[in-house]
Design a protein around this ligand. Structure first.
Ligand SMILES: [Zn+2]
Length: 472
């Protein structure tokens, strides 16, 4: 790879999470018995007419706004003709030369902007299931709304490709237009890839790897394909422009077919559908519906709440978590304690990314807020915070159920002195060590005091009293 540079662009398909399909009222729910989420429209029976789902246009515009695109006030739908069993009409309804959104970008953490050529809406095709030498077809997915996000060939490394796709996933989830689950196919992408000598600004011949459905497959496929192209070029051969498939079993890519040209699809405007018009009023309404940009929110969490960047990043990854944090941190002096409760005890109970995305937590943000406010008021010690939160998470009950008056009152000065004296008397060796100059010996006795008070003592006060007693 030393003398070569990778040039890559991604075509990303995102299934929109509208309740119904793009041209009919069938459900978009994932799974179900084969061919049960279908009707005459989405299986393309003659004589049926499609009717565009308004929510699809709204979601696509929101996706465009979130990625800094220009929104076309006038768009239209076209037929992309091809014959394949997953498409019963023998054409896919898509957008050809007047896409809804264009000229956007996604910014990476290294500051590079990956430009977006366009975002257009289209219908998904059915799914072919290969079984014992036969091929079955399931049209449940046919007619599920998709947006295709096409990037310019601005990506220069596999890491950038992964980060770009992760960013898109986060943005789409954030604005609520898709769940972007790669394992269920609601996020998948085609990778266009070529290599060129470092320093060259000419584009090499590219190949397209179809249908990447996981980050690890995408990484492996890109590694393989880059190596393959470099090997060919270094041995004086040429790259054939073609579509390739990644084989998970062998870790290799293999040629499927020559790359189609747009001409091969005989695009023409779909005569069954009216033009799409996005009025300035509609655009303003959609802009108002957009949540805060996750990047802006990240900066605000670091600046306004004083969170470390690593914590802020964990909190903004899913919108529900960020909303929860803000509600729980409202008006406290300890937003970092709130963040630690979430990324510690709460995350420990949410094993998967999907569970984090759903963020079902038994403790309401109001109850977490009340718990941390006890800390603010000096009524609760940090070490009782975690154990109390665990009890709250187990039961869903507020902190007041688990903290007695005594817990919240702390330990009085006289009582604390007595407990410290007792602890020193119980640990004569530690006292001897301390007097011999081993300052660490105090910590062992302090531990005994905290244990005896079940964590209710103020450790700084206890330490001051102990150093006095132990010095003799
Ligand atoms: Zn249908």
């Amino acid at each position: 790879m030393k003398d070569w540079e990778l040039v890559c662009g991604l075509e990303t398909h995102v299934e929109l999470s509208t309740k119904t399909k793009i041209f009919c009222s069938c459900t978009t729910e994932f799974g179900g018995e084969p061919n049960t989420h279908c009707c005459p429209v989405c299986i393309g029976l003659p004589g049926t007419l499609p009717k565009l789902n308004r929510a699809v246009v709204e979601y696509a515009v929101m996706a465009g706004l979130a990625t800094h695109c220009e929104i076309n006030p006038n768009a239209k739908m076209d037929r992309k003709n091809y014959v394949y069993p997953d498409l019963p009409k023998a054409y896919q309804i898509s957008e050809y030369d007047q896409p809804l959104c264009q000229k956007g970008y996604v910014e990476l953490s290294n500051g590079r902007k990956i430009r977006l050529t366009r975002i257009h809406i289209e219908e998904d095709a059915g799914k072919l299931v290969h079984e014992r030498g036969n091929t079955l077809v399931d049209y449940n997915r046919g007619g599920v709304p998709l947006i295709e996000i096409v990037s310019e060939p601005d990506i220069r490394s596999i890491d950038e490709a992964v980060e770009y796709l992760e960013k898109l996933q986060m943005i789409m989830r954030y604005i609520g237009v898709s769940d972007c689950k790669m394992q269920e196919g609601s996020l998948r992408c085609d990778v266009n890839i070529s290599v060129r000598p470092k320093g060259s600004d000419k584009l090499g011949t590219r190949t397209e790897i179809k249908n990447m459905n996981s980050f690890s497959h995408m990484t492996k496929a890109m590694e393989y394909e880059t190596e393959r192209q470099i090997d060919l070029l270094e041995s004086g051969e040429e790259i054939v422009q073609e579509t390739r498939r990644y084989d998970e079993g062998t870790g290799c890519t293999e040629g499927m077919r020559g790359k189609e040209d747009a001409n091969d699809y005989r695009y023409f405007r779909d005569p069954d559908l009216v033009a799409i018009r996005v009025s300035p009023e509609k655009l303003a309404e959609l802009k108002a519906r957009m949540p805060e940009d996750p990047q802006a929110r990240f900066s605000r969490f670091v600046k306004d709440f004083g969170l470390p960047e690593a914590d802020a990043r964990l909190l903004i990854e899913h919108r529900r978590i960020a909303d929860y944090f803000e509600a729980a941190a409202k008006g406290t002096k300890n937003p970092r304690a709130v963040a630690n409760c979430i990324t510690g005890s709460i995350f420990a109970r949410l094993a998967t990314d999907a569970e984090k995305e759903e963020f079902r937590v038994t403790v309401s943000p109001e109850n977490l807020n009340a718990l941390v406010k006890l800390l603010d008021e000096g009524k609760l010690r940090m070490n009782l915070l975690k154990s109390t939160l665990e009890k709250m998470l187990d039961t869903g009950k507020p902190a007041s159920e688990f903290l007695s008056e005594k817990d919240l009152a702390g330990v009085g000065a006289d009582d604390l002195r007595k407990i410290c004296e007792q602890a020193a008397a119980d640990n004569p060796n530690a006292v001897k060590d301390y007097r011999a100059g081993k300052e660490k010996a105090l910590k062992a006795v302090l531990g005994a005091v905290m244990k005896a008070t079940r964590g209710r003592a103020n450790p700084q006060e206890a330490e001051a009293i102990l150093s006095e007693i132990m010095a003799g």
